[in-house]
Write a protein that binds this ligand. Structure first.
Ligand SMILES: NC(=O)c1ccc[n+]([C@@H]2O[C@H](COP(=O)([O-])OP(=O)(O)OC[C@H]3O[C@@H](n4cnc5c(N)ncnc54)[C@H](OP(=O)(O)O)[C@@H]3O)[C@@H](O)[C@H]2O)c1
Length: 336
C-alpha cells in the first residue's frame, strides 16, 4: 500500500520572525528507500531555534518547497539498513527527520533510542537540547566545584539543563532569564543560587552585586547585548562556552560587533563554541547520565507538547516570542 506523507514545506524564506505564510502543509507520496536508508514513522518533532537558522536563505540548506528540517524521534517501519530493523526507535542527529509524518533518513544520521524513558525525553532533555547542555558545559566549559557559572537563556531547553548540571557539579550558578516568573522558577525549581531578570534589570549592574568576584564560566545561548554585558565581569582566564546566539536569529539586520572585544585577550579568556553535532559518538554516555539525574530528581525539566502536525507554525512562532519555560515538542499523533 502506498503511504501518503503529510509535511510542512518552506514556501518562502522568513524575513525576521517566522510567520505562518512562510510554510505550506502538503501531502506527497513517500519515496522508495535506497540502500542504507530507513523509513521512520515520526512520533515526536522537536522545536528548536536552530531550525530558524537552517531555513535562512543565506544558509543555503533548504530550497523553497523543501521539507522544514527538524530533529525528530521516530519508529522504523521499513529499512534497508541492517543496523535499524523494523520496530527500532531512533532519533536523528542532523535535523533530516523534518516536520512530517513519515521520513526517509540515512541510517548514518540516526542514533538508536535505547532505554524506556518517555519518548519525548529523547527529543528534549535526553535529546539534542540535553546533549548540547551536557557536552557544552562539561566538555567545553569544564566547571569546577565552587566556581561561579553564569547561564543565559537559563529557562530554555538547553540553558535550563546546563545550569542544573553546573549546580550538580558543585558550582555556584546564576541564571539570566526574562520576567519575574521565570527568574523565580530558576531559584525555586532549578535550584540555582541567583537569577537576573534581563527584562527588568541592567545585567551588568546586577552582576556587580551578585558576582562581586567575577564569573569563571559563562554558558551563553543568547549572545548580542547579553554577551557584551557579561564580558566585563569575566575573571582573568575565565571561559565562555558559546552554544547559541538566539538574540540574532530573527534580526533583519546583523547585530553590531562586540564593542568590548578587547576583554577577550585582555583577560586571557578561553572562548569556545559548542557544536553538538561533534558529539554524536558520545550521545549514549550523555543520555545515560542525564536520564539518571532526571530519574533521581536532581535534574528537572518541563515540556510543552502540541499534538498533531497542524500545531507546527503557531508553536514555531511561539518559540521566539516570550515563550514558556522548557522544551517545545509536537507529538505527531496521540499515540506518540
Ligand atoms: N551549538 C549547538 O550545537 C546547539 C544545539 C542546540 C541549541 N543551540 C542553541 O542554543 C540556544 C538555546 O536553544 P534552546 O533549545 O534552549 O532554545 P529555547 O528552549 O527556545 O530557549 C531559548 C531561551 O532564550 C531566550 N530567548 C529567546 N529569544 C530571545 C531573544 N530574542 N533574545 C534573548 N533571549 C531570548 C528565552 O528565554 P527568556 O525569554 O527568559 O529570555 C528562551 O528561554 C539557541 O541559540 C540554539 O540555537 C545550539
Amino acid at each position: 500500500m502506498e503511504l501518503i506523507n503529510q509535511r510542512w514545506t518552506l514556501s518562502r524564506y522568513p524575513a525576521g520572525l517566522p510567520s505562518e505564510d512562510d510554510f505550506r502543509f502538503e501531502t506527497a507520496a513517500v519515496p522508495e528507500l535506497a540502500d542504507g536508508e530507513v523509513l521512520l514513522a515520526v512520533r515526536i518533532v522537536s522545536l528548536d531555534p536552530g531550525q530558524r537558522f537552517l531555513i535562512e536563505e543565506a544558509a543555503g540548506m533548504v530550497p523553497l518547497g523543501g521539507v522544514v528540517p527538524a530533529w525528530i524521534v521516530g519508529e522504523v517501519i521499513a529499512s534497508r539498513s541492517p543496523d535499524y530493523p523494523i520496530g527500532t526507535l531512533a532519533r536523528d542527529v542532523m535535523a533530516q527527520g523534518g516536520v512530517q509524518r513519515y521520513s526517509v533518513v540515512k541510517a548514518t544520521d540516526l542514533v538508536p533510542v535505547r532505554g524506556d524513558a518517555p519518548l519525548s525525553w529523547y527529543a528534549g532533555a535526553l535529546g539534542m537540547s540535553g546533549q548540547t547542555a551536557y557536552f557544552g558545559l562539561l566538555d567545553v566549559g569544564r566547571p569546577l566545584a565552587g566556581e561561579t557559572v553564569l547561564v543565559s537563556g537559563a529557562t530554555g531547553a538547553v540553558g535550563s539543563i546546563a545550569a542544573q548540571i553546573a549546580r550538580i557539579k558543585g558550582a555556584r550558578v546564576v541564571g539570566i532569564a526574562r520576567g519575574t516568573e521565570k527568574t523565580q522558577r530558576l531559584i525555586d525549581d532549578f535550584r540555582l543560587d541567583a537569577a537576573i531578570d534581563a527584562s527588568a534589570e541592567n545585567i551588568s549592574s546586577a552582576l556587580q552585586g551578585i558576582c562581586p568576584g567575577g564569573v569563571n564560566l559563562f554558558f551563553d545561548t543568547v549572545g548580542g547585548e547579553v554577551l557584551e554585558a557579561v564580558l566585563p565581569h569575566m575573571v582573568f582566564k575565565g571561559r565562555i562556552a558559546s552554544a547559541g546566539m538566539i538574540a540574532s536569529y530573527n534580526r533583519t539586520v546583523s547585530l553590531p560587533g562586540l564593542r568590548n572585544y578587547e576583554i577577550v585577550f585582555g583577560r586571557a579568556l578561553r572562548w569556545e563554541g559548542v557544536f553538538v553535532g561533534g558529539y554524536v559518538d558520545r550521545y549514549a554516555e550523555a543520555t545515560a547520565q542525564l536520564e539518571a539525574w532526571a530519574r533521581s530528581g536532581e535534574l528537572v525539566f518541563e515540556e510543552h507538547v502540541g499534538v498533531g502536525l497542524q500545531a507546527f507554525p503557531g508553536m514555531f512562532k511561539e518559540l521566539f516570542a516570550r515563550r514558556p519555560i522548557g522544551k517545545m515538542l509536537i507529538r505527531v499523533d496521540e499515540a506518540g
